[in-house]
Design a protein around this ligand. Structure first.
Ligand code: NAD
Length: 281
């Protein structure tokens, strides 16, 4: 199969690695050449690490790297059987991308979005053939995280979500089907997790490090809420919270916080910018 990935940021690069390791030819595109080059270098580094750790043979790593085809030209996606979009979480931008993509790909190419919080129905609405559109939602980092949510839109043809679920399982992942509702499964449960942690901080109940420490050391969580928000990035995480809140008709359970909004506005996105709730400089 030939699989196209659009957007080579945190998610797109990871997804590209997953599908290349599964033996598929990958076309990887980003609007920024520098990001694309960084993604290819990052995947190579990740493959080298797997070889070092003895989790992948040197031959398999070399074969995987050969399957990656970075490009800046969307016309190179003409031979794709599946295209997964992992660009900025903005409905209008995603819709425009799918309009352009449909002018390039064949009629049977499956179109997918990795959106965290937008409705699949609203993205599919921009497509001429919305019946071949589906959500494939990976978790960060995609090569490591087993779970993938597969979400049919109301327009998706019967049976496609199940086909895609089986395909994703063949890549070594553990997919689940979910309905097209805000945040799907994990991001919906995660909103109150982050929101309540920020409320604890705002009320002065405990500081960032103490809350993270309590939840990881004693609560059994892999990462504390603040370390996790910094890892995901406040640009992505804040936008998802805002989107879920709006999509749930402003249900106060999902209300965003000014504390995170200010970090977002200041460009303190977390690890990727060196500062968030923690200082990484
Ligand atoms: P990111 O900012 O790291 O990467 C997005 C990339 O898309 C950037 O490199 C940008 O240059 C590129 N881009 C933007 N518009 C484009 C366009 N029109 N054409 C081509 N490239 C374009 O973001 P990310 O964290 O990888 O998130 C991408 C998507 O995946 C979003 O929809 C997000 O909600 C979703 N998602 C994110 C996470 C996460 O934890 N970060 C997890 C699951 C899903």
């Amino acid at each position: 199969m030939t699989i196209g990935i659009i957007g080579s940021g945190a998610m797109g690069a990871g997804i590209a690695q997953v599908v290349a390791q599964a033996g598929h030819t990958v076309r990887l595109l980003d609007q920024h050449m520098g990001t694309l080059q960084k993604a290819v270098a990052g995947i190579q580094k990740s493959l080298d690490k797997l070889v070092e750790k003895g989790k992948l043979s040197a031959e398999a790593a070399a074969a995987t790297a050969k399957l990656l085809h970075p490009t800046s030209d969307i016309h190179d996606f003409a031979d794709c059987d599946l295209v997964i979009e992992a660009i900025v979480e903005d409905l209008a931008v995603k819709q425009q991308l799918f309009r352009e993509l449909e002018m390039v790909v064949g009629p049977d190419c499956i179109l997918a979005s990795n959106t965290s919080s937008l409705s699949l129905a609203s993205i599919a609405a921009a497509c001429k053939r919305p019946e071949r559109f589906v959500g494939i939602h990976f978790f960060n980092p995609a090569p490591v995280m087993q779970l993938v949510e597969v979400i049919p839109a109301v327009q998706t043809r019967a049976g496609l979500a199940e086909e895609v679920r089986d395909m994703v399982a063949s890549w070594g992942k553990r997919p689940v089907l979910a309905k097209d509702t805000p945040g799907f499964i994990v991001n919906r449960v995660a909103r109150p997790f982050y929101g309540e942690a920020i409320r604890l901080l705002e009320e002065g109940v405990a500081d960032v490090a103490t809350i993270d420490w309590a939840l990881t050391e004693l609560g059994g969580f892999r990462m504390g809420p603040f370390a996790l928000m910094d890892f995901i990035g406040h640009d992505v995480n804040y936008r998802v919270t805002e989107s879920v809140f709006t999509a749930f008709f402003f249900d106060p359970r999902f209300k965003p916080s000014f504390t995170q909004k200010r970090l977002f506005e200041a460009g303190y996105f977390g690890r990727k910018t060196g500062r968030g709730f923690y200082d990484y400089t």
